[in-house]
Design a binder for this molecule. Structure first.
Ligand code: MN
Length: 234
């Protein structure tokens, strides 16, 4: 029994490879411009010597399982894929040292940071928040989580994406501008990282638009393969 006016939201969660347990998701952090070639294609090159990573968030309710079909989103005519390595946090951390970052990592996943690019760029040019472009329904696609096991802190590994079998993105995790320990150290200056937090670490170059009927497949070495089908517009 409860006295809620209506049924509360479900707990959003992801499967865990090799387990019948599920990973309950608390927050979804996303890193912007974390590969040089992508920063350049977006017209905003990054100088790590003077720059800092930046973040935006997606609501847990944006989460979609890999393998899903999602509608072409409302309000956009330029719906983009962004292939990303996702870090799943399994322990609390605040002001974490880079050397201790591994202790926070529960595991990894392969994700898509789906983006209404037209709306994001309007917001960017007008100095407004990115939510309409980034934080919309069914925009955070994620595979099952692979526990860290013997993987340790991922430093390298291929990351790539195809649309209808045609390669669009191909890069390596070793090209991250801010690597995983650097991201966890920086993000934990501003947030108390919590078990259940996901961090989408940024996309390489080659982002582009998809249309209804397209099938996106993506891969991160030793982590997994993500898949998304674009359905009809709502
Ligand atoms: Mn992204």
């Amino acid at each position: 029994m409860n006295n809620y006016l209506f049924t509360p939201s479900a707990v959003y969660s992801l499967p865990v490879k090799g387990s019948d347990k599920r990973f309950p998701v608390k927050r979804i952090f996303c890193v912007g411009r974390n590969y040089h070639a992508h920063a350049i294609e977006m017209g905003r090159p990054v100088d790590k010597a003077t720059g800092k990573p930046f973040y935006f968030l997606k609501d847990c309710s944006t989460l979609v399982d890999s393998g899903s079909t999602v509608p072409y989103p409302a309000g956009s005519a330029n719906y983009h894929f962004e292939m990303e390595l996702v870090v799943a946090i399994g322990a609390e951390g605040f002001r974490v040292q880079e050397a201790d970052a591994e202790k926070l990592i529960y595991g990894y996943a392969a994700g898509l940071d789906m983006t209404r690019r037209d709306l994001q760029l309007v917001a960017r040019e007008q100095g407004r928040p990115w939510d309409l472009g980034k934080n919309f329904e069914k925009s955070a696609v994620c595979t099952e989580i692979v526990p860290i096991g013997s993987l340790g802190v991922l430093k390298a590994g291929a990351i790539n994406l195809q649309v209808n079998g045609v390669q669009k993105q191909s890069a390596d995790i070793n090209q991250l501008i801010w690597n995983i320990p650097e991201l966890l150290a920086d993000l934990s200056l501003y947030y108390h990282l919590q078990p259940g937090d996901l961090i989408y670490t940024g996309t390489p170059e080659g982002v582009g638009a998809v249309k209804s009927g397209d099938v996106i497949t993506g891969h991160v070495d030793r982590v997994g393969d993500v898949r998304l089908t674009i359905g009809a517009a709502e």
